[in-house]
Design a protein around this ligand. Sequence first.
Ligand code: NAG
Ligand code: NAG
Ligand code: NAG
Ligand code: NAG
Length: 213
Amino acid sequence: MYAAVLLFALMCWTATTRADHHQPCRSTNMTGVMSVLAVRNQVKALAPYTYDATNKKLRFQSNSSNPWNATLELDLLVFFEEGILYKIDSKNQSCEKKALQATYHPFALPSNAVFQSRLVFGSASIEGEGLKADIWSIPTPDLKGQSIMSLSMGCIPLSLMHVAEDSMLIFSNMNVEQEIKDPDLLAVPSFCQGLPVEETPEGTVYGFMTEFM
Ligand SMILES: *[C@@H]1O[C@H](CO)[C@@H](O)[C@H](O)[C@H]1NC(C)=O
Ligand SMILES: *[C@@H]1O[C@H](CO)[C@@H](O)[C@H](O)[C@H]1NC(C)=O
Ligand SMILES: *[C@@H]1O[C@H](CO)[C@@H](O)[C@H](O)[C@H]1NC(C)=O
Ligand SMILES: *[C@@H]1O[C@H](CO)[C@@H](O)[C@H](O)[C@H]1NC(C)=O
């Protein structure tokens, strides 16, 4: 937590020294594990996920049966391009279908991200002990606060931090393999098909990240 605050402070500081020639990179297809920490709500989640970078689809399944004592069980299937999120309850064979107003998320760098700096997690001077990362800021006009994303040199998202006045969200990406292992996870379950889209209440913005706020 403390490290995250420090990192954020560093990002703000380096904002003045940024180079302008960097273009946001494209992440690849990924299967991995995402952890989520939400400070205000004390939410912890650890979730296996599958991400299709070409078609911008995500399946995210957090499970409280793990040694981390995660607090959140959530099964989400998201179509970022269409702006649709399914909240799935497999036990009950039920589903909610929601419209996304905010489409950024921790699995890919959006095209309007702004390069801030390059730094090394760990040590740059000891062979094999450093992880080079590019740090980008992401404009989040619809969600209050500021988002900072770090990515590896091969454009694998490492972490996304969203800091607002009274809350902080930290997503970390782990055990990544650059392929889709189970494409069926990205298909809409039969019991979710043909549902109407739920209306978002006026004045609220809904997105993948607001599920944790
Ligand atoms: C990602 O996976 C989808 C679905 O399997 C596939 O159509 C697409 O070509 C893959 N993209 C890359 C960059 O491999
Ligand atoms: C959570 O993980 C456990 C052990 O891996 C598994 O038995 C259980 O079915 C999972 N629960 C959900 C809701 O996926
Ligand atoms: C998880 O919760 C159980 C029961 O509340 C507790 O005994 C255990 O110490 C917790 N483990 C961790 C790693 O916090
Ligand atoms: C199943 O759905 C009912 C009503 O929608 C809800 O009250 C109940 O908690 C759900 N059960 C599970 C296991 O999610």
